[in-house]
Design a protein around this ligand. Structure first.
Ligand code: RIB
Ligand code: CA
Length: 314
């Protein structure tokens, strides 16, 4: 395929991150320049190990994996083993990875790649806290106008938060990095809880993955069996929201999504609302519109896309 889209994935696996990574690696429309680990769901040593476990599961052990930041820019790290389990990938038993990590730090990889690739050709797909992106923009602000787009999972408005009543996990963990990113003038597409809560892992959708009968399909189903339990109990619904794969699915089939261009700012100081995405969805201010805020997804087509694409793996 000639016009493959160059992407960098920044991630904190996390079962939902893992499925997003598999979706990207399975899709010939995308050229994964590298996958960057960031501390988030679990500490950094586990996130970079989990990325490599997923790449080896997909038999994509030549994928370049970079180690990023081990803690947020200013705050202490807050992790989510209570959702994802101690390893971050609880649910499926995968062997320890043997593929190597790249020597270069993820922040330097992001900077060097954006400066080396043609202008406006690299898309950043962020699935975790934005620490690596915030650090890269601070170290080399000249990369901002060169980045094609950032498509991120994070934030919430109509669904509120999932760590506090006001804040979603990825933005809550590193609100300072999120604020830097949203204020950098880079075209952004946001997949907040408002849309991910409409993409629920019902048993039929999980069984479709398990029925692939492949190592990847079974592992994906086992991850979701584990991952959904927390949200099912919390929200009292069948299935849990599948967050991160929406970022990759948007690149593959944007027509599955609906949203609007609005202003989004990040609360970085208030003890009560730190990490809140203050999304001006109703345009009550005249602040500059800096993000497309996605609120709707065709959930059946989303899960069909995931199952269809993951079928390429053994
Ligand atoms: O709030 C959901 C987000 O936090 C997802 O990216 C999940 O993987 C966790 O990182
Ligand atoms: Ca994540």
């Amino acid at each position: 395929m000639t016009n493959r889209r160059d992407i960098i994935i920044d991630t904190d696996p996390g079962q939902d991150d893992a499925i997003a990574i598999l979706l990207a690696l399975a899709s010939s429309e995308l050229n994964v320049l590298g996958i960057c680990a960031v501390a988030g769901n679990v500490p950094l040593p586990l996130t970079h190990s989990n990325i490599r476990k997923v790449c080896e599961l997909a038999q994509k052990q030549h994928t370049k994996v970079y180690v990023g930041c081990e803690k947020p820019m200013k705050r202490n790290l807050f992790t989510a083993e209570y959702v994802h389990g101690e390893t971050g990938l609880n649910g499926a038993q995968l062997p320890e990875p043997t593929m190597a990590l790249q020597d270069q730090h993820a922040v330097d990889f992001i900077i060097e790649t954006v400066l080396a690739q043609p202008d406006q050709s690299v898309t950043l797909c962020t699935l975790g806290p934005l620490t690596n992106i915030g650090q890269a923009l601070t170290k080399a602000p000249q990369i901002a106008p060169r980045i094609k787009q950032i498509v991120m999972m994070g934030g919430g408005l109509f669904e509120g938060g999932n760590v506090t009543p006001a804040a979603e996990f990825n933005v809550y963990v590193d609100p300072d990095a999120a604020s830097i990113t949203f204020n950098a003038g880079i075209p952004m597409v946001v997949m907040p809880l408002d849309v991910t809560h409409k993409a629920l892992t019902t048993s039929a959708r999980i069984e479709a993955l398990r029925s692939l009968g492949t190592k990847v399909g079974v592992a994906a189903a086992e991850w979701l069996d584990f991952f959904e339990r927390f949200d099912e109990e919390k929200y009292g619904i069948e299935g849990g929201p599948l967050h991160d794969p929406n970022v990759i699915a948007y690149l593959l089939k944007p027509e599955l999504y609906k949203g609007r261009h609005i202003n989004v700012e990040i609360e970085t100081d208030s003890p009560l609302t730190v990490g809140m995405t203050v999304a001006d969805y109703w345009h009550v201010t005249d602040k500059p519109k800096n993000a497309v805020w996605i609120t709707d997804v065709n959930a059946d087509s989303f899960f069909e896309l995931i199952t269809e694409r993951l079928a390429v793996f053994k």
